[in-house]
Design a protein around this ligand. Structure first.
Ligand code: ZN
Ligand code: ZN
Length: 357
C-alpha cells in the first residue's frame, strides 16, 4: 500500500478539499491494507487516520500500514471521525458514490460546524484504475487459476449436466485450485438461455447442439479475474457458427484497438461497429468492457457512455456479445492489461469455436 496515500493526497487540491473521508471498504483496503469489513480512513496533508470497531482491533494491528494512526471507534465509526480531524476549519471530501443520504445527514450531525462536507467524486477509484506491478501479478495469477479450472471442467464434458451443477462444479474447481472465492456469481447459460447476458444458472440440462456461455472468475489475494467463453456442445449449427465468428471478429478488433491513449468510447465503437455492420446492432446491448481489480467491476468503463483515454496499467475486459432472443447467445471475454503499445491478454483459453462433449 506504500505510496497510495501520498498519491491520493496529491489529488485533493484539484478536488477542492483539504482532507478526504474514505468509507468504501474496498477503498479502505486499497489504502491501508485492512481486509476486515468495517472501517474508514481520513487522509489529508497532516492526517492519516484509520478507524475500526472493537471486532477488528487485532486484525488492524496486523494489517494496517503503520503510517496510519489507528483508532477504535467508541460507538459507531462515523461518530469517531470528529476525533481524528485537524482542529482548523476544513473542507472534508466524501466519496459521493458511496455515502448515503442517511450517512450524510449523520455526518452533518456529528461533525462540528467548522467542517464543510464536499462531494469529492471517486478519487480512490481513479487511483485503483491504474494497477501497480504487484496488483497486475495478482490479477494474472487469478486469471490463470480460473483458466485452469475451466480447462478441467471442459475436460469432463458439459452435455447432460445441468447449468447449475456445472456452475457449482466450476466454483469448486476454482476453490480446489486455491481461489478465495469465485469473483462473482458464475454464469452457465445454454441454448436460448445464453441470450440473457446476466443469466442465472438453472436446473436445466445442457443438450447436444447447445451453445453454452460460461462467464466466470476467481478471486485470489483480493484481486478478481473475469472471463467468458462460449462453447458448442456437439457440432454448432450454421447460425451458431455465424454468430460466433462475428463476435470473435468484433472482439479481436477491439483488442487490437486497446492501447494507452485510446479512448474507451472508441474501443467500444470498434467492436460495436463490426456487430452493427452485420445487422446485429440491437443484439448487443451492453458496454464492451469494464475495469477489474479488487472489484470485478471498477473503473474504467469501456462503453458508449464513457469517454476517457485508457492508461497504461488499466486492467479491462473486452467482452462483446450477440444475443438472439429465443435462439442463442455468444459472448467472448478476455481480461487484458493496457500497455503503451497495445495490451497483454491475461486469459490463455483458446477462442476458436470448438465442439466439446
Ligand atoms: Zn465476465
Ligand atoms: Zn466482465
Amino acid at each position: 500500500v506504500s505510496g497510495r496515500a501520498e498519491r491520493l493526497i496529491a489529488l485533493l487540491p484539484e478536488a477542492g478539499v483539504d482532507a478526504v473521508l474514505v468509507t468504501n471498504i474496498v477503498n479502505v483496503r486499497y489504502l491501508t491494507g485492512f481486509t476486515g469489513s468495517s472501517a474508514l480512513a481520513v487522509l489529508g496533508p497532516g492526517t492519516r487516520a484509520f478507524v475500526t470497531d472493537f471486532r477488528y482491533v487485532e486484525r488492524a494491528a496486523d494489517e494496517v500500514d503503520p503510517s496510519y494512526e489507528r483508532r477504535r471507534a467508541r460507538t459507531d465509526l462515523i461518530e469517531s471521525i470528529a476525533e481524528v480531524l485537524p482542529i482548523d476549519p476544513l473542507r472534508l471530501g466524501f466519496e459521493e458514490g458511496v455515502v448515503t443520504v442517511r450517512e450524510h445527514a449523520r455526518l452533518r450531525e456529528v461533525l462540528p460546524d467548522r467542517v464543510e462536507l464536499v462531494a469529492a467524486g471517486a478519487l480512490v477509484e481513479q487511483l485503483r484504475a491504474v494497477k501497480e506491478p504487484e496488483e497486475l501479478e495478482a490479477i494474472r495469477a487469478a486469471a490463470s487459476l480460473a483458466d485452469a479450472a475451466l480447462e478441467q471442467l471442459l475436460g469432463q464434458g458439459l452435455g447432460g449436466r445441468t447449468e447449475r451443477e456445472l456452475a457449482r462444479t466450476l466454483d469448486s474447481l476454482m476453490l480446489d485450485l486455491g481461489a478465495e472465492s469465485p469473483s462473482f456469481e458464475t454464469i452457465v447459460a445454454a441454448g436460448p438461455h445464453g441470450a440473457l447476458p446476466h443469466a442465472t444458472p438453472r436446473d436445466v440440462e445442457v443438450r447436444r447442439g447447445d451453445m453454452v456461455v460460461i462467464d466466470w472468475g476467481a478471486r485470489l489475494g483480493g484481486y478478481c479475474s473475469d472471463c467468458t467463453r462460449t462453447v458448442s456442445v456437439g457440432d454448432p449449427d450454421p447460425l451458431a457458427r455465424e454468430v460466433y465468428e462475428l463476435v470473435l471478429r468484433a472482439q479481436l478488433a477491439a483488442l487490437d484497438a486497446v492501447r494507452a491513449g485510446a479512448s474507451t468510447r472508441e474501443v467500444d465503437a470498434t467492436a460495436r461497429g463490426v456487430i452493427e455492420a452485420a445487422g446485429h446492432a440491437e443484439h448487443f446491448g451492453h458496454g464492451v468492457g469494464h475495469g477489474v481489480g479488487l472489484d470485478v467491476h471498477e473503473a474504467p468503463r469501456v462503453s458508449p457512455r464513457s469517454d476517457q483515454p485508457l492508461q497504461a496499467g488499466n486492467v479491462v475486459t473486452i467482452e462483446p456479445g450477440v444475443y438472439l432472443p429465443g435462439e442463442l447467445g455468444v459472448r467472448i471475454e478476455d481480461l487484458v492489461s493496457v500497455r503503451e503499445d497495445g495490451c497483454e491478454i491475461l486469459t490463455s483459453i483458446p477462442k476458436q469455436l470448438t465442439a466439446t462433449d
